[in-house]
Design a protein. Sequence first.
Length: 91
Amino acid sequence: MSSVATGISNLISSLFEILTGIVRSVFSAVQSVFGLARDLIASIFDLMSGLVGFVLGNIVIIGVLVAVYVGYSAYRQKNQGGGITGGTKRS
């Protein structure tokens, strides 16, 4: 009889361990999803920080390139006979 009681005790213990393992796995998966979201948001902020740093570090060069583009566009439109806006005049 002692072996039957030990077997039932071991069965109940095994079922409890299986249930505990499943619950721990679910909690671990949820924790991993939250960790992934946290890391994704942190990576996005790091990317934006790097982009802002790049733009601020090269603001003079970017400004010169934009001014050259605007000047060239105005020059090209002026030489084609239209105004800077490129629209036609109405009387």
